[in-house]
Design a protein around this ligand. Structure first.
Ligand SMILES: Nc1ncnc2c1ncn2[C@@H]1O[C@H](COP(=O)(O)OP(=O)(O)OP(=O)(O)O)[C@@H](O)[C@H]1O
Length: 567
């Protein structure tokens, strides 16, 4: 998995690694060049040559080593970027159902925080690990030539230490993974609290949310400390291994020298080699711990990468009003059924209203039409074609969808209106604004269409937000318009105006409206009464008043409420 992340950059890694190596070797030449300068001084000969060589070696070595280090760090950044881009590319293509399940704050931390751990894996970490391992092996081979018995003693010590490292490393990986998971939890808590900022304040929940985020930060700390502990153990065992090997070699070698089995010079050389091993062993141990962190990150990123994606095929195709049909559609978000065999025919054009008690499944029908979710059984068809057969982008391109919460994205009002139709010009925008009775608002705003609307549409009222959402959907020239509770937040005058707009639209487009306020849909071509995931009745307002008891009740409650409110 880890090498898969680095593989596309292997050339830069090898190139950077070689440069770093050459730079290091140049360091070995420096004493020789310095010696040449001193010799030349002693001989009284010309100094230009040796000083030139020394300068070349020092400067050349520095430049080469620096270039190598830069290349490696650059590669590490590229690895991080590639991982981020891959994750970002997937995030917005995830299915709605998957994102329902996951926590956005945690998903974000995987893109922003986990990916940074890859930096240590790629680039310098990788090269240090490989270089350290090569030097280690080379030194061991040379030591073998010098004295196989002492090498045996050394290797025995190293094997014990390697075994203890093998025990430590998985724990290190686990601590890393838990620390990262805690960072993800912290993101989730903060995302939740910032997403409902006013509710948090109105509920006096600042201290509780702060404590919850603090608790996650505490867990991140705890696992971070655990990681530090295992890192200390792994560093210490690397250091200890050399010390123990040193003592063992001194003991065994001393005895062999005393017995006359080996010359003292060999023992000294062997000990020097052993000393020389300290650095590569530390390098390998450090690289191994960095890889554990990288591995934890890759695992968490992988969890996102294996989630199923939507395919973005198709484009917006203009056309006439669409027809809709549902045949015995069954669906549930979890085990509990939400739609229990809904059948419905909506011809092209006209207005169809959905009414029924809260939780009856009205919004769910819209979710299936947009293919945010797929029916478990039965067929949802637009223009007579099963939505599963439609190229997804084409299907969604044909539909204008106004959500219940009508979200506004931070940016200018113009950007918000053009969100679903980026190519719309100001003339089209103004025409749609006039239809949704927003033209007066835009004129009153200091910067007109360029006015910035904040995060979640602050600076706009609830009713304005909803009309902006409707205008946004209309700019797309939908063949099928889905309005979810679109009129619930409008005042009486605006509601009447919007009713006109919707009636007007229904002449050229198929309009489906979910309405709690029956007054807005009494003129609908057909009203579908949904109850507990089933279609109870379909008909006009007058027909339903006569035949359907639930509808009669809904109407009675609604109109009584309106009378009391003086509407
Ligand atoms: N994303 C979701 N995940 C899980 N359950 C959901 C989800 N959305 C809705 N439900 C459940 O499905 C059922 C139907 O919800 P739906 O939103 O379709 O009802 P509705 O008729 O539109 O209600 P309302 O009029 O209150 O908006 C409810 O019981 C709800 O709890």
């Amino acid at each position: 998995m880890l090498f898969g992340v680095v593989r596309p950059h292997r050339r830069a890694v090898v190139g950077g690694g070689l440069l770093a190596l050459v730079g290091g070797l140049a360091g070995l030449l420096e004493p020789l060049a310095a010696k040449a300068v001193v010799d030349a001084l002693g001989r009284g000969g010309s100094l230009w040559g040796p000083i030139g060589v020394l300068t070349l070696v020092v400067l050349g070595g520095a430049v080469i080593a620096t270039t190598g280090a830069y290349l490696l760090e650059r590669t590490a950044e590229s690895v991080v970027r590639a991982a981020r881009e891959r994750l970002i590319g997937r995030l917005l293509r995830l299915r709605v159902g998957e994102v329902d399940r996951l926590k956005p704050g945690d998903l974000m931390s995987r893109v922003t925080s986990d990916t940074t751990l890859l930096r240590a894996v790629a680039g310098q970490g990788l090269v240090d690990g490989v270089n350290g391992a090569v030097v280690l092996l080379g030194a061991i081979v040379l030591m073998g030539f010098m004295d196989p018995v002492l090498l045996g003693a050394t290797v025995a010590v190293l094997v014990v230490v390697a075994a203890s490292m093998a025990l430590v490393l998985p724990r290190l990986a686990r601590a890393n993974e838990r620390a990262q998971a805690a960072v993800g939890d912290m993101g989730s808590v903060l995302e939740r609290a910032l997403g409902a900022f006013r509710t948090v304040k109105a509920s006096g929940a600042e201290a509780r949310e702060t404590a919850a985020a603090g608790e996650a930060a505490g867990r991140a700390w705890k696992h971070g400390v655990e990681r530090a502990r295992w890192e200390a153990v792994s560093g210490m065992s690397a250091w200890l291994s050399v010390q123990i090997a040193f003592l063992v070699v001194l003991g065994v070698g001393g005895a062999r020298v005393a017995a006359g089995d080996m010359p003292v010079s060999s023992l000294i050389a062997f000990l020097l080699y052993l000393f020389y091993l300290t650095f590569p062993i530390a390098q390998v141990a450090e690289a191994a711990t960095a890889w554990q962190a990288g591995l934890a990150a890759v695992r968490r990123m992988r969890e996102v990468e294996v989630l199923p994606l939507e395919s973005p095929e198709g484009g917006v195709v203009a056309g006439a009003a669409a027809s809709v049909s549902l045949r015995d559609v069954r669906f549930g978000y979890g085990d509990a059924p939400v739609l229990r065999g809904v059948s419905l025919e909506v011809p092209s054009g006209g207005m169809t209203a959905f009414v029924g008690p809260s939780g009856a499944g009205k919004s769910t029908v819209f979710g299936l039409l947009e293919r945010f979710y797929e029916a478990e059984d039965g067929v949802v068809a637009v223009d007579g074609v099963d939505v599963r057969r439609w190229p997804l982008a084409e299907l969604r391109g044909a539909i204008g969808y106004v959500e219940q919460d009508a979200p506004i994205l931070a940016g200018s009002l113009r950007d918000n209106l053009r969100y679903a139709a980026p190519e719309a010009d100001d003339e089209e925008i103004m025409a749609v604004l006039a239809r949704t009775r927003l033209d007066g608002l835009v004129e009153a705003l200091p910067d007109g269409l360029d006015t910035r609307v904040g995060h979640r549409g602050t600076t706009l009222s609830g009713g304005q937000r909803q009309r902006v959402a409707i205008a946004r959907a209309l700019l797309r020239r939908p063949r099928l318009l889905l309005l979810d509770e679109a009129t619930s937040q409008l005042d009486a005058a605006n509601e009447a105006a919007l009713k006109e707009v919707v009636d007007d639209l229904a002449r050229t487009t198929t309009v489906l409206v979910i309405a709690h306020r029956l007054s807005t849909v009494t003129g609908a071509d057909r009203i579908v009464v949904l109850e507990a995931g089933e279609v109870r009745a379909v008909g006009s307002h007058e027909e339903l008043l006569e035949v359907d008891e639930l509808y009669r009740d809904l109407a009675a409650v609604q109109f009584a409420a309106d009378r009391n409110a003086g509407v």
